[in-house]
Design a protein around this ligand. Structure first.
Ligand code: BG6
Length: 471
C-alpha cells in the first residue's frame, strides 16, 4: 500500500494506443498507405516496396471495426481519458492533397462520440509514427520543408472537425525518437546510415516549427483545448561518479531535452547551438520561424519505460536495450523479457526533472510492461491472463507518480501504454503484450480477435475507482 500517497482530484486515468498499431483496415475506406504499412518487422527491419501479408499492422487488432466493444471495456475500467492517434493517411491519403477524405473524418467522429458517450475524454496524437508513405517517398519526409504546410493543413482540418469533441491534443509522438528512427519517426526515406546530421537536424527544425504552428492553430480554433508535446523520456544516469561520466550523461540528456526546451521556451538552447557549431550544422530558418516557435505548449507529455546509463569510457560502452534508444545497462536494475530495464523510481526522477525545468503540467501518456501472456481459464470459468508481473510493474510505477505528486509536481494524468494488446512498434510483434485486455491474435496471423479481461483489468478498475488509494 502506498502509505497515504494521493493523486489529485480529477486525475485523468486511462490508457493509450496508436492508430497504426491497432486499427487495421490499412487500405480501406479511402486510407492511403503509411510508413508503417511497409515496415513489417518494426523499427530495425527492412522496408518493403508494397505492404506484405506478414505485416501484423495491416490487420492490427481490427480496432477499426471493433472499437465499440473496446471502448465499452475501457468504460468498464472507469477510464476518464483514452489516448489514440489519428492516422494522417486516413484523412489525407497521400498527404499532399487539398481535400480530406470524408470517410476517414467520419470514422474518428464516430470513435470520439463513442468515448464521450461514456464520459471518456479523447487525447489525440496528430502524428504517431504513421506519416503518409507518399510524403516519405516523394519528399523524403520531414527533411523537406513542404511537410510543414501539409501537416498544418491536416492539423487545421482535424481541429475544425473535432473542436467540440477533443480538448486534449499532442503534436508528434516521441518527437525526439527521430534521432534513432528517422524513417518511423520522421518519415525520412533516406536510409539512416546515409542521412547527414545536417538533414536530420533540418528535419527536426521543420517538425518543431510544425508543432508550434499546430499549437497556434489549436489555440485559435479550440480556445478551451490544451495541446502538448510528447517526448520519449529516458533518464540517463552517469555510470560512475567520475565527472567525465557525469558530463557524458549530461550531454546525452541534452540531446533529448533539446526537444522539450524548444517546445516550452520557444527558442533553441545554447548547448544545441554549440553542438551545431561543432558539427558544422547550419539550420536554415525562414522568416517567421522564430516567431512561430514562440507558440509554446500548454503541457508536456511523455512516455516512460526505461532508464539507462552513460559513460565516457569507450571500453564500457556496451550497448544495452532501450525504448528505441540504447544505452549502457545499469547494474542495479532488472530487465523485461525484451531487455528493457525496469526502474520505477526513474519515473519519479523524470517527473521531478521535467517539472523543475519547465514548471508546466505533465502528462504520463505511456508506461507499461511488454510481456508474453498466457491465456488460461480463470476461477469463474472465463478465459483470462494471470498477469501479476504487469500489475507489479504498474503498481510500482504509480506509487512513484504519487511520490512525485507529493514532491509538488503537477501531474495531469496517466494513460498506460497498450491498454488493449496492440502490435509492438519496435518489433511489430503481437506477442509483446501490454494490455489489460487480451486480444486473441498471434504473430503467425492466427486467432479469433476475441477480447478477454486480464487480472490487471480488475486491478486497474480498482485503482481508478479509488483514485489510486488501492495501490
Ligand atoms: C513507444 C511508442 O515507443 O513505446 C509506442 O510511442 C510503442 O508506439 C511503445 O508501442 C512500446 O514499444 P514497443 O516497441 O514495445 O511496442
Amino acid at each position: 500500500h502506498n502509505n497515504g500517497l494521493n493523486f489529485p482530484d480529477g486525475f485523468l486515468w486511462g490508457g493509450a494506443i496508436a492508430a497504426n498499431q491497432a486499427e487495421g483496415a490499412f487500405d480501406q475506406y479511402g486510407k492511403g498507405w503509411s510508413t508503417q504499412d511497409v515496415a513489417p518487422k518494426g523499427v530495425m527491419g527492412p522496408i518493403t516496396e508494397v505492404p506484405t501479408e506478414d505485416n501484423m499492422k495491416l490487420v492490427g487488432i481490427d480496432f477499426y471495426h471493433r472499437y465499440k466493444e473496446d471502448v465499452k471495456l475501457f468504460a468498464e475500467m472507469g477510464f476518464k481519458v483514452f489516448r489514440t492517434s489519428i492516422a494522417w493517411s486516413r484523412i489525407f491519403p497521400k498527404g499532399d492533397e487539398t481535400e480530406p477524405n470524408e470517410q476517414g473524418l467520419q470514422f474518428y467522429d464516430d470513435l470520439f462520440d463513442e468515448c464521450l458517450k461514456y464520459g471518456i475524454q479523447p487525447l489525440v496524437t496528430l502524428s504517431h509514427y504513421e506519416t503518409p508513405l507518399h510524403l516519405s517517398k516523394q519528399y523524403d519526409g520531414w527533411v523537406n520543408r513542404k511537410l510543414i504546410g501539409f501537416y498544418e493543413r491536416y492539423a487545421e482540418t482535424v481541429f475544425r472537425r473535432y473542436k467540440d469533441k477533443v480538448k486534449y491534443w499532442l503534436t508528434f509522438n516521441e518527437i525526439n525518437s527521430i534521432l534513432e528512427a528517422p524513417f518511423m519517426s520522421g518519415g525520412i526515406y533516406t536510409p539512416k546510415d546515409e542521412l547527414s546530421k545536417q538533414d536530420l537536424y533540418q528535419a527536426i527544425h521543420h517538425e518543431l516549427v510544425a508543432s508550434a504552428s499546430a499549437v497556434k492553430l489549436c489555440h485559435e480554433i479550440i480556445p478551451d483545448a490544451q495541446i502538448g508535446c510528447m517526448i520519449l523520456s529516458m533518464p540517463t544516469y552517469p555510470l560512475t561518479p567520475n565527472p567525465d561520466d557525469v558530463i557524458a550523461a549530461m550531454q546525452a540528456e541534452h540531446k533529448n531535452y533539446f526537444f522539450g526546451d524548444v517546445h516550452v521556451r520557444g527558442r533553441y538552447p545554447g548547448y544545441m547551438k554549440r553542438y551545431f557549431r561543432e558539427h558544422g550544422i547550419e539550420i536554415k530558418m525562414e522568416a517567421g520561424d522564430e516567431e512561430t516557435l514562440l507558440h509554446t505548449v500548454d503541457f508536456i507529455s511523455f512516455s516512460y519505460y526505461v532508464s539507462i546509463c552513460e559513460t565516457a569510457d569507450p571500453s564500457k560502452k556496451q550497448a544495452g536495450h532501450g525504448n528505441l534508444f540504447s544505452g549502457v545497462p545499469n547494474p542495479h536494475l532488472q530487465a523485461s523479457e525484451w531487455g528493457w530495464q525496469i526502474d520505477p523510481q526513474g519515473l519519479r526522477y523524470v517527473l521531478n526533472m521535467f517539472y523543475d525545468r519547465y514548471q508546466k503540467p505533465l502528462f504520463i501518456v505511456e508506461n507499461g510492461l511488454g510481456a508474453v501472456d498466457e491465456l488460461v481459464t480463470g476461477p469463474d470459468g472465463e478465459k483470462t491472463v494471470e498477469d501479476d508481473y504487469r500489475i507489479q510493474y504498474l503498481n510500482d510505477h504509480l506509487v512513484q507518480v504519487a511520490e512525485a505528486v507529493e514532491d509538488g509536481v503537477e501531474v495531469m494524468g496517466f494513460t498506460s501504454w497498450g491498454c488493449i494488446d496492440v502490435v509492438s512498434a519496435s518489433s511489430a510483434q503481437l506477442k509483446k503484450r501490454y494490455g489489460y485486455i487480451y486480444v486473441d491474435r498471434h504473430d503467425d496471423g492466427s486467432g479469433t480477435l476475441d477480447r478477454y479481461r486480464k487480472k490487471s483489468f480488475h486491478w486497474y478498475k480498482d485503482v481508478i475507482s479509488t483514485n489510486g488509494r488501492s495501490l
